[in-house]
Ligand binder design. Structure first.
Ligand SMILES: NC(=O)c1ccc[n+]([C@@H]2O[C@H](COP(=O)([O-])OP(=O)(O)OC[C@H]3O[C@@H](n4cnc5c(N)ncnc54)[C@H](OP(=O)(O)O)[C@@H]3O)[C@@H](O)[C@H]2O)c1
Length: 313
C-alpha cells in the first residue's frame, strides 16, 4: 500500500467505524494524525481504531453536531452514511450534515466525499460515464429507499460547498467495495452458508466493479490530489467488471458451497461503469478480484476454504 503522498497530515475520517472507512483510517494512521468520527455505536470498531492510533471524536450528522472535529485538519474523508430508511433523518445526516461538515472544514486542502454508483439511473447494461443520467437506482429495495436520492442530494451539496467555500473537493462514485472487513460479496458468502438463494436481476448478468479495500486505501491520496473547485466527479471501482453470478460462482468454487440464484426484477440493476476518467486521474486497481475474494474468505471464514484451495480461475 502506497501512502507516500500523505504523511504527517491531520486527516478527519467520518463514518470511521464503517466497512469502507475503517481500513482507510487504520492505514492512514500509520503515517498521519487521523481523527475518526462517528456516533460510535460499534464499540468493537472503536476499540480497533483506537488500538491502531486513530483518535475517535463523536459526531452526530443528524443533529449537525460536528464541533468536536479539528477545524484545522488538512484533509477530510467523508465516508459517513445514514441508512435509517427515515427520509428526514437520512436527508438531515447525509445532506445537511455534509453541508455542516464542509463548512466546519472550509479551510481544508482537500475534501473527499464518497458517493456511489447507485446515483445512476437504472439503464440495464449501459456503461455509465460521469455525465450520464442520475436516478433512483435503489427504488426497488424498500429497505434502502432513501439511499440513491440521498446520495444524489449529497453530491449536489458537496458541489455547492466546493464553490461556496473554495474547498477543493473530489466526489468519488464507489462501486462495490469488499475485503476482509466485509462488503456485498461477504453478504453473499453468508447467504451461501445458510443456503439462501441470491437475488440477481432478470436482465442478466448483474454486473458491477468490485474494488478491494487495499485498492481503496491506495487510491485515497491520489483522489485527494485531484480535489478541485468546482468539484471533481469520478467513478471509483475495480478495473474488472464482474457479475454477481461470477463472484458467487467463485465463492462456491472456493468453498464447495452451492450458489443458487433467484432472478427477479425486484432487485437493483447492473451498474457497469466507464473507468476512463478514473484511470486518467488516479490510475487503475491492482487486486485481482479472484485473489481478493479468496483473501476475504480466508479472513472471514477460513474453515470454509476447500483443502485444494482452487477457485474457478
Ligand atoms: N458498502 C457498499 O457496498 C458501498 C457501495 C458504494 C458506495 N458506498 C459508500 O461508501 C461510504 C461508506 O459506506 P459503508 O458501507 O462503509 O457504510 P457503513 O458500514 O454503513 O458505515 C456508516 C458509517 O457512518 C456512520 N454514521 C451513520 N449515521 C451517522 C450519523 N448520524 N452521524 C455520524 N455518523 C454516522 C456510522 O457510525 P455510527 O452509526 O456509529 O454513527 C458508520 O461509521 C458511503 O458513502 C456509502 O454510500 C458503500
Amino acid at each position: 500500500m502506497m501512502l507516500d503522498t500523505l504523511e504527517g497530515a491531520t486527516i478527519v475520517v467520518t463514518g470511521v467505524t464503517g466497512q469502507v472507512a475503517e481500513p482507510v483510517a487504520l492505514a492512514l494512521a500509520r503515517a498521519n494524525h487521523v481523527v475518526g468520527a462517528a456516533r460510535f455505536r460499534d464499540q468493537a470498531a472503536r476499540d480497533r481504531l483506537e488500538a491502531g492510533g486513530v483518535r475517535c471524536v463523536p459526531i452526530d450528522l443528524v443533529a449537525g453536531d460536528v464541533g468536536g472535529l479539528p477545524a484545522d485538519a488538512e484533509y477530510v474523508l467523508n465516508f459517513a452514511v445514514a441508512k435509517s430508511n427515515d427520509w428526514e433523518a437520512d436527508l438531515d445526516a447525509n445532506v445537511g450534515g455534509l453541508a455542516l461538515l464542509a463548512e466546519h472544514h472550509r479551510a481544508a486542502r482537500g475534501f473527499l466525499h464518497c458517493s456511489t454508483t447507485a446515483v445512476y439511473k437504472p439503464m440495464g447494461h449501459h456503461v455509465f460515464a460521469e455525465g450520464d443520467p442520475l436516478g433512483d437506482n435503489h427504488a426497488v429495495w424498500p429497505f434502502l429507499r432513501t439511499y440513491s436520492i440521498g446520495k444524489i442530494a449529497a453530491e449536489a451539496t458537496a458541489r455547492w460547498a466546493a464553490r461556496r467555500f473554495g474547498l477543493p473537493t473530489v466526489i468519488a462514485r464507489l462501486s462495490v467495495p469488499y475485503g476482509n472487513r466485509g462488503g456485498w460479496p461477504a453478504v453473499h458468502l453468508e447467504m451461501l452458508r445458510n443456503g439462501s438463494a441470491i437475488p440477481v436481476h432478470s436482465d442478466a448478468p448483474s454486473v458491477y466493479h468490485p474494488i478491494h479495500e487495499d485498492d481503496i486505501v491506495a487510491m485515497v491520496p491520489r483522489l485527494l490530489a485531484v480535489a478541485a473547485v468546482p468539484a471533481t466527479v469520478v467513478n471509483w471501482g475495480g478495473d474488472e467488471a464482474v457479475s454477481i453470478e461470477d463472484w458467487c460462482g467463485e465463492l462456491a468454487a472456493l468453498t464447495g458451497l452451492e450458489a443458487r440464484f433467484e432472478p427477479t426484477d425486484q432487485t437493483i440493476d447492473s451498474v457497469q461503469i466507464d473507468l476512463t476518467k478514473m484511470h486518467e486521474l488516479v490510475g487503475g486497481t491492482t487486486v485481482d478480484w479472484r485473489a481478493g475474494l479468496r483473501r476475504m474468505v480466508e479472513a472471514r471464514h477460513p474453515e470454509l476454504l476447500r483443502a485444494d484451495g482452487d477457485g474457478a480461475a
